[in-house]
Design a protein around this ligand. Structure first.
Ligand SMILES: [Zn+2]
Length: 293
């Protein structure tokens, strides 16, 4: 593989084929993605067709094993559509996003490898169109979380959303728990199945696993931390996919109850060190009928 930028590598196949980009370490403490990228680069992974771009995301954060280079900095909230047309903000995350953005724009498919800070089964995050679903089938997870209304960042701000803005297909893969790298080999195997299925390497594509059937969910609420503080109700906030019923109290903003009027789930509950006023405490999502997408 050829290093074409700072910790950005690329290999080009002899035949024509799609351009796939894979990123690890957009959040520095999410180690599985970092290990997966290092493994592919170390073995000088080659392809027969198309283009494969690999990148490590937040280099400073990876070095210190933290989510961002500073508390509350987040590379995956930095990819606004106007990023390259606006003045640099001076943060490391803004600088790194500018280095990665042209590659995200150039790829047909962008897969960003993440991990959660509280326990969760592995799951995918992406829109639910035919191009995204082409990717879904290579990953043996049972849940896909979409955010077509940009609940996460009010506008496109993540790697996958940036790719989508410029005509590509983006997906984030939540591979498991951040500190735990026991799934590295499995994820490498899944990516290898995807490379053959998408035509980058020749040979028989691996047939999709038993869990190729996915349940679809959509983000409904970004629970923001206010000066009043926030407490989860008993049984909530310990991990992703805790389910609640309409009318159930999920948490408290100070004295004020948070009571959704729909059945749903808690996703991405934050750990204490990632909390700051104005930032997220966690998110709510609800299951959606795949026929109504
Ligand atoms: Zn992440």
């Amino acid at each position: 593989m050829k290093e074409i930028g700072d910790h950005i590598w690329q290999t080009v196949g002899i035949e024509n084929g799609p351009h796939i980009m894979i990123i690890g370490g957009t959040h520095g403490n999410e180690r599985t993605g970092v290990e997966v990228i290092r493994a592919l680069v170390d073995q000088d992974f080659q392809i027969d067709a198309g283009v494969l771009t690999l990148a490590l995301g937040n280099l400073k954060a990876i070095e210190i094993d933290e989510r961002g280079s500073e508390p509350s900095h987040d590379l995956n909230r930095t990819y606004r559509s106007s990023l390259l047309e606006t003045e640099p903000t001076g943060t490391y995350e803004d600088q790194r996003a500018r280095e990665l953005a042209p590659h995200l724009k150039a790829a047909d498919y962008v897969i960003d490898l993440h991990a959660t800070n509280k326990p969760s089964e592995a799951f995918l995050c992406s829109l639910l169109g035919p191009e995204q679903q082409k990717l879904h089938k290579f990953f043996p997870v049972s849940k896909v979380l979409s955010d077509r209304r940009y609940v996460l960042g009010n506008e496109p701000v993540t790697t996958d959303e940036y790719a989508e803005t410029f005509g590509g297909t983006g997906m984030c893969y939540e591979t498991g728990l951040a500190s735990d790298t026991y799934r590295v080999k499995e994820v490498l195997g899944e990516l290898s199945g995807m490379f053959s299925g998408m035509g980058l390497i020749s040979g028989q594509p691996t047939p999709p696993g038993e869990t190729s059937q996915k349940d679809h969910y959509e983000l409904t609420l970004n629970i923001l931390l206010t000066e009043a503080g926030f407490t989860w109700a008993p049984g909530f906030g310990n991990g992703s996919w805790e389910s609640f019923m309409a009318g159930q109290t999920v948490g408290y903003h100070g004295e004020e109850l948070l009571v959704p009027d729909y059945d749903g789930v808690v996703v991405f509950p934050k750990i204490a060190k990632h909390l700051h006023v104005g930032g997220s405490v966690g998110f709510l999502a609800k299951r959606i009928d795949s026929d109504k997408i």
